[in-house]
Write a protein that binds this ligand. Sequence first.
Ligand code: FAD
Length: 351
Amino acid sequence: MLTPLEQVPLVTQCTLRVGGAARYFIEARDDATVAESIRWATGRGLPVRVLGGGSNLVIADDGVDGLVLKIALRGVTTRETPSAVEVTAAAGEPWDDLVRHTVERGWAGLECLSGIPGLVGATPIQNVGAYGQEVSDTVTAVRALDRESGRVATLAPSECGFGYRDSLFKSAAPDRYVVLAVTYRLAPGAAPQVRYADLARDLESRGARPSLAEVRETVLKVRRSKSMVLDPADPNVRSCGSFFLNPIVEAAALAAVDTRAAGLDMPRWPQPDGRVKLSAAWLIERAGFARGQADGPVGLSTRHTLAIVCHDGARARDVAVFARRVRAGVEARFGVRLHPEPVFWGRIGLD
Ligand SMILES: Cc1cc2nc3c(=O)[nH]c(=O)nc-3n(C[C@H](O)[C@H](O)[C@H](O)COP(=O)(O)OP(=O)(O)OC[C@H]3O[C@@H](n4cnc5c(N)ncnc54)[C@H](O)[C@@H]3O)c2cc1C
């Protein structure tokens, strides 16, 4: 018999440390509790919000009028095949613990994703990525409760709709699945992947071919220098990482942006589909916003233009006001509309 907690504050459940309470709150430690919780909420006509580590969330000041289901499923299993190791982790496993575990064993594939906060179950949601690696490079299966059928399904990567910080779970069917476990296919003894220039430069200074552990160490060092690991002592700690996605524009739109950026050397990355990815951080800076710039209790990180950071007294409303200001500044200067990376819960958003 489920007995959800009531009016549970969510401020401590998310890394921005803003937001109101959950009307109902359940922590699920096994698959059966996940299923039972969904049935409990559905039977009462209540929306369900699935909570991982809260590191990609903006929660409204008046909270969530529904059930917040905290995923606390644990356990990691491995299966060796002749050419690979398949690691299956329950959705509630801390992501970086899993990365460390795989690096320590010499299994390549996740090393560049070191230091990203949150839990395993959220990694397929926005196809977590950093330094040239994305989980879609290694995910072979996502086990999830399908809320439409009430059944547990195992989705192949081709069914997950992975894209840049995107997936079926995030945009095409946002409330349909609760991820229960994810399987990653890793390469024992393989060389680390170093596709990102900053990382390569730092590693080159070490000379010999870097090990997985050295790549992890370097990623953590670079991330720390940008306040991109969670460190309670860091004044930039209250963020949800990058607040805006890098915009991807059509060729025609790019010409218009180039005209507005005349004389500036704008970074760009051609995509396989002919579109071009731009740097949100570059656009924000050239639109006149500086690191550390703040409006009262909310501002940009002093170490990373893309991170919006909360200070004492900040509310979710202040985050939205500041984000809108940044977005409007970029749109006015370059004609490019930025889209937020985090998910908004409750009565809050940028539109
Ligand atoms: C300092 C910092 C650095 C970051 N760096 C990066 C980075 O380099 N790359 C990157 O991609 N992201 C980054 N992020 C964003 C964030 O850490 C990731 O998106 C992470 O995967 C979110 O995990 P979480 O468990 O905290 O998810 P939450 O914030 O709890 O949830 C995020 C979304 O996923 C959904 N969700 C969570 N778990 C499940 C589940 N089991 N089933 C169904 N839906 C679920 C939620 O409902 C919500 O919609 C960073 C964040 C911070 C604070």
